[in-house]
Write a protein that binds this ligand. Sequence first.
Ligand code: GLY
Length: 317
Amino acid sequence: MSFGSIATWRMAHDGIVESLNSLEKGGTAGDAVESTIKVVEAYPYYKSVGYGGLPNIEGILQMDAAFMCGDTFKIGAVAGIEDVMHPISVARQLSHDKFNSFLVGEGATKYAMLNGFERRNMLTERAKKMWENRLAEMAEHNLSPYDGHDTIGVVSLDSHGSMSAGTSSSGLFMKKPGRVGDSPLSGSGFYVDSDVGGAAATGLGEDLMKGILSYEIVRKMEEGLSPQEACDQTVYPFHDKLTKRYGKAGAFSLVAMNNKGEWGVATNVEFTFSVGNDSEEAAIFIANMGENHTTVIEPITQEWLDAYEKRIKAPIK
Ligand code: GLY
């Protein structure tokens, strides 16, 4: 049987490599999704997910996450959770509950505390400094405050034929308290059906929600489209539609994998992702919107990776 994992952004790569090792040994798709996301949630230099994520306008880090099992359609999600090391693990545990499986704000945080999930002050000094700098810039230049919605979204297939999907995000930098993005919303941020495949999103939640793009990609794969065709034929027509109605579309990118381990992506911005399966070793690619509703996908260069490493670790003044 095939297996594989695909995830948004370069930041997912180390987790994808680890998860493919465990999938190769018979590990489950659910564990692959959770472990991939946990690696990203714990890394302090990724500023849009978990520890080190950028806070809301009040300087409070509020995180969204979701987990879905493609065998049972069970979904667990949290939104606006605070001071919890691994929102994805809370979401996964909630997915086992028939009721109360999507918790927000204080209720989500309280659930995590009561159920023994690791607590942590998730706001690093670095993220706090970036928030202070942005407040000053806003006051000085009247800038749009919003930035950074690089969610981790993962879809995995295991050798038993099961699929899972998950997301985790600190959402939009400088968001209003209580703002929730697409990441914990099924259909928008993620969707998976083990009989077909799954998809996950990153980008501007407010626009992703308008198109329910993850579900739409899975639906198209069910109609017989390959993951790449389903991504292209979902993302670009919707990008055009938003552009027509609003003059511009927010940035968004989607990844998909079907139940054979074949994959696809589509994006309206420069977008990196990590993918591997039983026949392709885990690798990072860079994707851009091509002509006529196509996606141009190229292997990442060492030069790009070096510049990225330098950028994410650059000292904050
Ligand atoms: N895609 C993450 C967000 O908009 O919050």
